[in-house]
Design a protein around this ligand. Sequence first.
Ligand code: NAD
Length: 424
Amino acid sequence: MSEKLSFVNPTPTSPWGTYLQQVDRVMPYLGDLAKWAETLKRPKRALIVDVPIEMDDGRIAHYEGYRVQHNMSRGPGKGGVRFHPDVTLEEVMALSAWMTVKTAAVNLPYGGAKGGIRVDPKKLSLKELEKVTRRYTSEIGIIIGPHTDIPAPDVNTNGQIMAWMMDTYSMNTGGTATGVVTGKPLHLGGSLGRVKATGRGVFVTGREAARRLGLDLRGARIAVQGFGNVGSVAAELFVEAGAKIVAVQDHTGTIVNEKGLDLAELVPVSRTPAGAVSFKGGDVVPNEAFWDVACDILIPAALEGQITAARAKKTTAKLVLEGANGPTVPEADDILAERGVLVVPDVICNAGGVTVSYFEWVQDFSSFFWDEDEINVRLDRIMMNALNQIWDTADKHKISLRTATYAVACERILMARQERGLYP
Ligand code: NAD
């Protein structure tokens, strides 16, 4: 990080700049706790690591990795690990901060953390991917642990990568520490329902928002950007509820079909290297045309900063469900509000994943595992309780759901900060 710390002076549309503006907007609602609010604007701890590996062809490659622990006032750090060629420290800082807000919004006993490696995993062999994962885990091993900071999957990471992380940490510490990561395979202490949990949470919060808007899901047209773990699962659940998916965009491009894309065929095709655009049941259109597709619900479920001011002006959606973290820049947030478009913000909309990660962690410690119905019932209850409380706060102060979520969450975080006091 440069002398001019990027966490105090970022570009406004960068993920960290977006997060800082979101915090500023909640200040008037924090009362006396506002005196502690600066703590939200700085990560507690940020670790940058070198990840050197020997490639299959004998070359030595170096990748840059990060683990940021934004806030641990309410409990251990919690947050995913992203493998992507565009990962930066500043992006990971923002993602870690959104985890702090998210875990507090749904009242889980965690703080917020996030990790990442600047690497394109699609260019690595399986062996190289395993080496990158293990060396990264070993490097961040000095700050993670079942009681300190618990990673999980994010973009381009999955159960296999969590298994390697758990094994590496366990080898280095001499036991089998299943609780050090969540999102693990089932026979390694994983939880039923975890893979689909984030998409399910998007659906549960989206269904409630649609009900409150008077928007019938039967026949509703939905556009989904990002068709991985979050976007595809949410899409499937909305289709089960009678909606149709009229547009899908992934890293390979955009396909549209106003009659509705056939997900039973699209999902497996989208998992192949050729991606969604190789699906024959829709028309391939230029990526920017995705934002012009006539739809009732828009689900950004890819990366940050996707809903810009220009795109906010032209979307026909009445409801935006933020499956991704940080998909809407603040200026676009304002435009959507002026246009009467309801946004269910990331920090509640996609909290289903961390909620079932919490269930997984609890099950690992008790070595007693729940069935999937119990997971889903508890997940739905936590999501609905949190959403209803946020909605009441939004109505009371006449503020957006995003600012209301920050109000509920930041009060919990800063109250914990105040009660703990400053050490020394
Ligand atoms: P994933 O790797 O399973 O899927 C990512 C999807 O985004 C893929 O379909 C990919 O093709 C697409 N994509 C990548 N770059 C793109 C681009 N430039 N334009 C359009 N599409 C692009 O990841 P995921 O786990 O589904 O995560 C998606 C988002 O949801 C991220 O913002 C992540 O932080 C957030 N999220 C994930 C979880 C989780 O449990 N996995 C939980 C909360 C939030």
